[in-house]
Design a protein around this ligand. Structure first.
Ligand code: BES
Ligand code: MN
Ligand code: ZN
Length: 499
């Protein structure tokens, strides 16, 4: 799919399909008014006859509208103009994209930047429409013996601009949105791949490919023997039961000057989480192939950053392995020594994410980071707390927390902050080691974050628990590509603040 910005009024466009908005009650958007005027009230007559009432996310496709050079006009219902916010805009745009995709139009020109979304500007409308276009056309059919043909629908999408003044800024916005969408696609593809294909070695190969495609990215892969030398006893305890070799992947993107401290992103890369000896119940266990979505989001974000050429230094770190039961697997009660020197009593082998992350967090210190953000499908408790809408956010520094929350709000990939208070720390006390790896059922998301906090004392750090947001279950089962938008937007904002 190709995207472009097309200045000019809609009645002058020669397009396969022009899309304009109508509010409930028949009020026309600015673009719809221009069309209606040129078409001598053809549109307002149709509305008056009751064929389009402007109800939210409804559409009406018209052919051969008088005096309009475009082949089709799609009227898009927007709902009540007083209630036109993020969700209403997104629902409407998805409906429009689906409607346009079911036509034979070769291209479509969308007038979305003139829609008055409360608190949002033209750039926001463009970004969200690009992300929605990728979302509605995404298929993961490479493992079906016959690929489902998806050739229908326009290959080109133009953003019509009645007011051409913002043209140059919006061009950058558009390019960045496409880079984010590509990053999300990479994250989704990796997430959706099954555990027998997407192994730690497969993720390492993907990271090496990213380094080959982008000169600005240098990838290195550490093997188990290297991790042993580094003293990563915690990480290695998780992979003990698996026949697949664990990998520690680092990807260094250099877009700023050498001296600039990097922002480090760490992604949990459990390519399958059986729970280990503390075996998970069978129902929906297949979804634990998604336990590497943190890693996938790091790969997707680094790709986006490279595609955008952001003037920043970013390091991606991915600890990746399987969590399997076997005769060599770690047992409940086993005590291991982490790279930091702190000892951990493993009371539940299913709390493995924190065990691989803690060593990666210590390793991150080697990069003298400005900021470290880890991203992990860490706890089922986070799904209970926040559902599938918001990711859980924790930070040891309030400015960083606010910046990440703001980035998420900006790009509609939202997070919600939870407390990291010291008062929770005693729940991790162990009789036999420096700490235990679980804190009990109550506040399970918080105690998991508190565990990680014990390894991040030397730098500014935030943790995103994406257990509820990285994939969808049920009929629409599939990876979402989150939180690539949040992370990419945060980095865009950081780059802008530097310059
Ligand atoms: N990968 C899971 C977390 C998870 C579970 C994410 C379900 C999404 C859906 C993680 O490794 C895990 O098993 N966590 C345990 C921790 C517990 C043993 C303290 C959990 O959440 O049950
Ligand atoms: Mn687990
Ligand atoms: Zn897990």
């Amino acid at each position: 799919m190709e995207f472009s910005i097309k200045p000019g009024s809609p009645e002058k466009q020669r397009s396969g399909c022009v899309v304009v908005g109508v509010f409930e009650g028949g009020k026309l958007s600015a673009a719809a008014q221009a069309l209606d005027k040129a078409a001598k009230h053809y549109l307002s007559d149709i509305i008056a006859h009751g064929d389009m009432n402007g109800k939210a996310a409804t559409t009406l496709l018209l052919h051969n509208v008088p005096n309009i050079p475009s082949e089709r006009v799609l009227l898009l219902g927007l709902g009540k103009s007083t209630e036109f916010k993020d969700k209403q805009f997104l629902d409407a745009v998805r409906a429009a994209l689906r409607a346009v995709q079911s036509t034979g139009a070769k291209d479509a020109t969308l007038y979305v930047t003139d829609l008055p979304v409360t608190g949002r500007d033209a750039a926001w409308c463009i970004t969200q429409t690009v992300l929605a276009a990728f979302e509605t056309t995404y298929r993961f059919d490479r493992l079906k013996s016959k690929a489902e043909k998806n050739t229908k629908g326009p290959q080109k999408i133009h953003f019509g601009l009645i007011d051409g003044k913002q043209n140059t800024i919006l061009k950058t916005t558009l390019e960045q949105a496409v880079a984010i969408a590509h990053g999300m696609k990479l994250a989704k593809d990796l997430g959706n791949l099954p555990g027998n294909i997407c192994t730690p070695s497969y993720l390492a190969a993907q990271a090496l490919t990213l380094g080959k495609t982008h000169k600005s990215i240098k990838t290195k892969v550490l093997e188990e023997k290297d991790m042993l030398k580094l003293g990563m006893g915690s990480f290695l305890s998780v992979t003990r039961g698996s026949d697949e070799p664990a990998k520690l992947i680092t990807m260094e993107y250099q877009g700023g000057n050498k001296k600039q401290k990097p922002i480090v992103l760490i992604g949990k890369g459990i390519t399958f989480d059986t729970g280990g000896i503390s075996l998970k119940p069978g129902a929906e266990m297949d979804e634990m192939k998604y336990d590497m979505c943190g890693a996938a989001s790091v790969l997707g974000t680094l790709q986006a950053v490279a595609e955008m050429n952001l003037p920043l230094n970013v390091v991606g770190i991915i600890p990746t392995c399987e969590n399997m039961p076997s005769g060599t697997a770690t047992k409940p009660g086993d005590i291991v020594t982490s790279m930091s020197g702190q000892t951990i009593e493993i009371l539940n082998t299913d709390a493995e994410g924190r065990l691989i992350l803690c060593d990666a967090l210590t390793y991150a210190g080697k990069f003298d980071p400005d900021t470290v953000v880890d991203i992990a499908t860490l706890t089922g408790a986070c799904v209970i707390a926040l559902g599938h809408i918001a990711s859980g956010l924790f930070s040891n520094q309030e400015t960083l927390a606010q910046e990440l929350l703001a980035a998420g709000n900006q790009v509609h990939d939202r997070a919600w902050q939870l407390p990291l208070w010291e008062d929770y720390q005693p729940l991790l006390d162990s009789n036999f080691a420096d700490m235990q790896n679980i804190g009990g059922r109550a506040g399970g998301t918080i105690t998991a974050a508190c565990f990680l906090a014990r390894f991040t004392k030397d730098y500014r750090w935030a943790h995103l628990d994406i257990a509820g947001t990285a994939w969808k279950s049920g009929k629409e089962k599939g990876a979402t590509g989150r939180p690539v938008p949040l992370l990419a937007q945060y980095l865009i904002n950081r780059a802008a603040a530097n310059n």
